[in-house]
Structure formats: structure tokens, C-alpha cells
Design a protein around this ligand. Structure first.
Ligand SMILES: NC(=O)c1ccc[n+]([C@@H]2O[C@H](COP(=O)([O-])OP(=O)(O)OC[C@H]3O[C@@H](n4cnc5c(N)ncnc54)[C@H](O)[C@@H]3O)[C@@H](O)[C@H]2O)c1
Length: 351
């Protein structure tokens, strides 16, 4: 039996919205019915002159269409709450661009509303759908890496200095959503401290360093910077068995799995001299570069949205994942304001 496609509307036709439009149009499980933007001409340009996709500036018109079962929100973060909430209240399943909302409290409102109505609420943490992150998650979840020891994530380049948000809210959502996605189930962040600086007088941090303590005692460090003349997108994930190095600007060798590291001898009783001489041993085994698929991340995200709606089960990056990222971002902002004070994270993140 063929399953009828889910009617979908995309709200927001700016920089990111057209990518959603293209991917919904390419997915047989959806039928794109509307593109809505406050700027009608922008939306019309995106769908083209011969499209059957309807264009409107009125969200209410979209939500009144009974054939629309799902809504994708690609408007600025400050508008996610009113747009997504209206869609949920109209009984539509919703996927919201990252970040889920502008604040934790707003994100919570969306999660509660979706729960109350039994609707799918998903957050598009796009990186989580890349083949490389999928592989990293498998390696961590299946024990290949061993016990997680540290994460070191660097995301720096000459970036667009944003007017309304600092570098933490601009860039760190990527690192934090990836971390949330790949961490093994028994490991969660328990606290965060952040320091930042604004050497150009932009009025907000342009460089920041976040340090998260994880529930198994491991440490995760995130370095974000708008002022670096070179682009670095490197994440190192160290474990007791393997160390992963993900270099996202090197498509020839995006992911390397190293059987190299430092071990400590586990003799029960060591005297002082033995301790000095024997404890450290270096492992220098092979490096393996796993084959990675080529699928566009957004195509996989759209597929996952359809799966979640059809099965009534949470999406891999559901509203709660969006909420966990918001909780860390808010705690990081608090820490920045307090000169790097360690801020404990709420139960939603640690639980
Ligand atoms: N997943 C990713 O990797 C990724 C990448 C870029 C942006 N984003 C996210 O996508 C969202 C949009 O970002 P962007 O860069 O496309 O912004 P943008 O400013 O380029 O576009 C936003 C569009 O939304 C429209 N809009 C604003 N309020 C509206 C409303 N109430 N109803 C209908 N249309 C409205 C604007 O007219 C504009 O065309 C943000 O949440 C951003 O964080 C995600």
C-alpha cells in the first residue's frame, strides 16, 4: 500500500529556507504545498514562475490548509516561538531550524505544547545528519573508542560578526548539538564555564572558549572565533581505545581513527620508583580512514522528520535535543557574564 505524502509548508525564504524547499521537493514522503515569507517576492523567486507551490505572506493562510500536516520553520531565531507555536496549535507537526528558540523558556514552551498535542517537534541540527557525525556516533555508541576521555572542538574562521548574538550563540550550537548527538548514553554534560573576549569593540564576544565537564569526569572543550584568518573545523575525540580526528575542511581525510594514545600500566601495587618508571606507555598502532557516504545532511534530516511523524516516535534531534543545547548556551552566557564561573546544568541536560 502506498502511503500518501505529507503536505508540508516552509516558513522563511531567506538564506536557509530554499535548502529546505529543495529537500522537501526531492523527498517522495512529502508534498511541498506552501512557501511563506513576509517578503512575497523573495518567496516567489525561490519557487520559480511555473511552480504549483503556493506563496503567501500570511502564516494563518498556511495553517488553515487542512492538507498541510507539517511545517518547517526557517525564520530568524527570535521568531521561532510565535511561528512554531501557532503551527503546533493548528495541529501541525513542526521542524524548527537551529536554535530551537531564542531562550530556554521559549524552547520549553514549544516542547510542552508538542507533548500536550502528541505532535512531532524536531530541531534541525543539520550537522547531526552528516555521514561523518553519524559514523562518529556509531563509533562512540558501539564502544570502539572505549571510555570517553576528552573532546576538543575548534570552529574558527573570519566570520560574519552578528548584530544580535555573540560568537557562542552563533557558532557553538553546532558543536553542542553534535556533542549531544554523539555522546554515549551514559555520558552527559554536567557543568559549563565560558570565557570570551571582544578585542574589536563589537559589543559582544567574538572569541570564546567553553569548557564542559561530563558526567564520567571527561572534559569537552569548544573554541569558537569570528576573527581567525584561517578556517579550522577540527574535533578530536579521545578515548581509552581509539582517538577520532574529524577535520571538516579536509574532504580527502575527513575522519581518522587512531589506535594511538597513552596508556598507564595497571599493576596493583607500584612503589615510588616503579611509578616513575613504568606508568606511562605509548601505543602507536594504525590509523584508519573510514569510508563515509556522500548523502546531503538536509536530505537525511527531512527523511528523519517524515519517519518521526509516521511512526509517532521522537526524531533523532527532537525538541528535547534542541532544549538541551539551549540550556548549555544559556549557562555559557551566564558564565561569560561572571568571568568564567562554572555553572551547573539543569536536569534536562544531565538526566
Ligand atoms: N541548519 C543550519 O545549518 C542553518 C544554517 C543557516 C541558518 N540556519 C537557521 O535558519 C533560520 C533562518 O536563517 P537565515 O539565515 O535563512 O535567515 P534570513 O534572515 O536569511 O531569512 C529569514 C527569512 O524569514 C522571513 N521571515 C521573518 N519572520 C517571518 C515570519 N514571521 N513569517 C514569515 N517569514 C518570516 C524573512 O523575511 C526572511 O526572508 C535561523 O534560525 C538560522 O539559525 C540554520
Amino acid at each position: 500500500m502506498t502511503v500518501p505524502p505529507i503536505g508540508v509548508a516552509v516558513i522563511g525564504a531567506g538564506y536557509w529556507g530554499p535548502n529546505l524547499v529543495r529537500n522537501f521537493q526531492n523527498n517522495g514522503g512529502f508534498q511541498l504545498r506552501w512557501l511563506c515569507d513576509l517578503d512575497e517576492s523573495r518567496a516567489r523567486r525561490v519557487v520559480g514562475p511555473y511552480s504549483t507551490v503556493r506563496v503567501t505572506t500570511e502564516l494563518a493562510e498556511v495553517l488553515a490548509d487542512p492538507e498541510v500536516g507539517a511545517v518547517a520553520v526557517a525564520t530568524p531565531a527570535g521568531t521561532h516561538l510565535p511561528v512554531a507555536l501557532a503551527a503546533l496549535q493548528a495541529g501541525k507537526h513542526v521542524v524548527v531550524e537551529k536554535p530551537l528558540a531564542a531562550t530556554y523558556a521559549e524552547g520549553l514552551e514549544l516542547v510542552s505544547e508538542a507533548d500536550r498535542r502528541g505532535l512531532t517537534l524536531m530541531c534541525d541540527h543539520t550537522f547531526c545528519y552528516t555521514p561523518v557525525v553519524t559514523r562518529i556516533r556509531e563509533l562512540l555508541h558501539h564502544g570502539e573508542v572505549g571510555e570517553l576521555q576528552y573532546v576538543d572542538s575548534v570552529r574558527i574562521n573570519l566570520g560574519l560578526v552578528q548584530r544580535d548574538i555573540d560568537v557562542v550563540w552563533d557558532l557553538a550550537p553546532h558543536d553542542l548539538s553534535i556533542l549531544d548527538h554523539v555522546l554515549p548514553p551514559h555520558v552527559r554534560p554536567v557543568s559549563v564555564s565560558a570565557v570570551g573576549t571582544d578585542p574589536i569593540g563589537a559589543g559582544r564576544s567574538c572569541i570564546a572558549y567553553l569548557t564542559l565537564t561530563l558526567s564520567n569526569g571527561a572534559i569537552a572543550h569548544v573554541h569558537v572565533n569570528w576573527l581567525s584568518p584561517i578556517k579550522v573545523r577540527t574535533t578530536i575525540i579521545g578515548g581509552s581505545r581509539r582517538t577520532l580526528v574529524w577535520d571538516d575542511v579536509n574532504p580527502m581525510l575527513r575522519l581518522s581513527v587512531f589506535d594511538r594514545g597513552v596508556d598507564i600500566a595497571t599493576k596493583d601495587k607500584l612503589d615510588e620508583q616503579e611509578r616513575r618508571d613504568l606508568l606511562i606507555s605509548y601505543r602507536s598502532g594504525d590509523m584508519i580512514a573510514p569510508a563515509l557516504g556522500e548523502r546531503e545532511a538536509l536530505a537525511a534530516m527531512v527523511e528523519e522528520f517524515g519517519r518521526a511523524i509516521r511512526t509517532g516516535t521522537p526524531a533523532l534531534t527532537d525538541g528535547r535535543a534542541g532544549l538541551r543545547v539551549l540550556a548549555i548556551l544559556e549557562a555559557a552566557s551566564q558564565s561569560l557574564d561572571k568571568g568564567g564561573l562554572t555553572i551547573p546544568l539543569p536536569e534536562t541536560v544531565t538526566g
